[in-house]
Every structure is written in C-alpha cells, then in structure tokens.
Design a protein around this ligand. Structure first.
Ligand SMILES: NC(=O)c1ccc[n+]([C@@H]2O[C@H](COP(=O)([O-])OP(=O)(O)OC[C@H]3O[C@@H](n4cnc5c(N)ncnc54)[C@H](OP(=O)(O)O)[C@@H]3O)[C@@H](O)[C@H]2O)c1
Length: 278
C-alpha cells in the first residue's frame, strides 16, 4: 500500500509549511485541524476537524496507511495530556508512523520547562508501540524578532549564553525528508539546529540590520525577569516557560550545533540573517 500522509497544525506556521511541501510533491494528505475554515487549500489535501483532545475525531481522521506529522500543541497547562490523547488515538487507528516535532535537548530536567513537556510526550510515544521519529527543534529563528520589546530591547536572563536558532523552512524540509522515507528514520531523534550558536547581542544586531531599526540586548537577572513578566498577569507555568527560555540560553542548553538539517535535507541550515530577510 502506498503511504498517505496526515499533518496536524496545518493552519499554523510550521505545519502549514510541511503541508505545502507535501502538496507541491503531489502527495495526498489529510489535514487535521481544529477549524477546517483555517486550513490551507492545497491540491490533494482534505481538511478534517480533529483537535488533540478529541480522540474519536482523531481515530476517524487517521488511516493505517498514514505517516503522521504531529506538531506540538499551543502551550496550555494540559498540553502533555492532549498530546497523550492524540498519540493514543493514532495508535488505536494503527497508523504506519508518527513524526513528532519535539524540542532540542528534550529531557525530564531540561532548563527550558517546555522541553520537559516534549520529553514526556516522547516517552508516551515510545511506549505506544508506534514507529516514531522525533525532530527536536532549537528555538525558531523566525521568532527572534518577537523577543524585541516595543522599546527595541531584548530583555531576559540569558547572560552571554548562545542558542543555535533554526529556521522553520529548514525544519519543514527535514520533516518532509523523514515523512517520505519513515522506515529509514524509525526510532531516531534528530536535534535540529541552525548553522551557528548566537548570543542575544548578535541576535539583536541581526534584527537591527534587517529591519533598519535600533535593537539591543540588555541582560536581566532571573528576579528581574519574573518581576517584569508578572505584570502581564500570566500564570506561574507560563512565567516559568518564558523565563526559562532565557536561562536555557544562559546555561548553554541550547548552544549545540548539529549537522542534522544538512544530513536530512542535503542543504545547509540557513543563517538567521537570511531567515529574517526572507
Ligand atoms: N521552537 C520554538 O521556538 C517554538 C516557539 C513557539 C512555539 N513552539 C511550538 O511549536 C509549535 C508549532 O509552531 P508554529 O509556529 O507552527 O505555531 P502556530 O503557528 O501557532 O501553529 C500551531 C498549530 O497547532 C494547532 N494546534 C494547537 N493546539 C492544538 C490542539 N490542542 N489540537 C490540535 N491542533 C492544535 C493550531 O491550530 P489552530 O489554528 O486551531 O490554533 C495551529 O495549526 C507550537 O504549537 C508550539 O508548541 C516552538
């Protein structure tokens, strides 16, 4: 039986990129979305409504021939449980393979608190018996401008640490390479990074060069970071996630550079400046 494809998060940035690449390659796919009206219209693609927390809908949407791409859900306190529900439903549907978009260095004690969620999701997928591949992405290069406050300053407790930020287009290319030959990547975890580890001063300078606006980096203490973000009224888990994004940079957790993008795609990882200019 020829494989079919199922892509979650297709109404979003990363899943959308992956769905567009599969469509461009002429591959049939089901887009599992929460709202079909937000799904991209693509040749060979059928959008169906299936939230991660709706196992009946997920089982109905998936087929045993499907190679599934699972984007991590939006950040909520029950995200891991939603992921577990989706994985259990995919296993009940008997899909051929599940590719999970995880996070760089996923571990139960990762500094970046959300990387712990990814590890728990990975563990559940390992235990499910489904053939799997993990794509563990570093911070998205595309999101670096979002770190800049309205005053043109990136503030956070990152010290002089570095992160090897990675382009969503490169991740999408890597994901499609795995989806097209899942057996070759079964049981593997790939740490996907950009071509170099950058300090936030370099990130600021790059955003400034691309936008033509002055941007700088001002390190905060951890206490200052919590105090400034608490003003937004966010719950503790969200504050921990925001602040630990920076402390993970500070302690070197995100500084490793791998060749996984080039190994999987055949092209080098894209530098931040090129990502932002595109
Ligand atoms: N590595 C990083 O730097 C980084 C940064 C930010 C986020 N992330 C993670 O990476 C993921 C993908 O990034 P992105 O830029 O593509 O995000 P995005 O544009 O916000 O897209 C997220 C997609 O996931 C879908 N989704 C969210 N929660 C879901 C749920 N419970 N059940 C089913 N579908 C759900 C959304 O559907 P709707 O259209 O219905 O909302 C959307 O299609 C994010 O969801 C987040 O977990 C990573």
């Amino acid at each position: 039986m020829a494989p079919t494809y199922a892509v979650t998060g297709a109404s979003g940035r990363l899943g959308g990129r992956i769905a567009r690449r599969l469509a461009a390659a002429g591959l049939p796919q089901t887009l599992l979305v929460r709202n079909p009206a937000r799904a991209p219209e693509l040749p060979g693609a059928t959008a169906v409504s299936a939230s991660y927390d709706d196992p009946d809908a997920v089982v109905r949407a998936l087929r045993p021939t499907d190679v599934v791409l699972m984007v991590s859900a939006s950040e909520t306190p029950d995200r891991v449980q939603q992921h577990r529900t989706f994985i259990d439903a995919a296993a009940a549907a008997g899909v051929a393979h599940l590719v999970y978009i995880s996070f760089y260095g996923a571990a139960p004690d990762a500094t970046f608190t959300l990387a712990r969620d990814h590890w728990h999701t990975e563990e559940h997928l390992r235990a499910s018996g489904l053939p799997f591949t993990f794509l563990r992405d570093n911070l998205y290069a595309d999101f670096m401008p979002a770190l800049v406050g309205e005053d043109g300053v990136i503030r956070g407790p990152a010290g002089d640490g570095r992160a090897a930020v990675v382009a969503q287009d490169d991740i999408a290319d890597a994901a499609v390479a795995v989806l097209r030959d899942p057996t070759a990547h079964a049981g593997r975890a790939y740490e996907l990074t950009g071509p170099e580890a950058l300090g936030l001063d370099k990130v600021a300078a790059t955003v400034a060069a691309v936008t033509g606006r002055p941007v700088s980096y001002v390190p905060e203490t951890v206490e200052e970071a919590y105090a400034s973000r608490r003003a937004h009224g966010a719950p503790d888990w969200q504050l921990d996630a925001w602040v630990s994004t920076y402390t993970a940079i500070a302690d070197g957790s995100l500084a490793g550079v791998t060749t996984a993008i080039e190994d999987l795609t055949g092209h080098p990882a894209t530098p931040l400046e090129q990502v932002l200019r595109t």
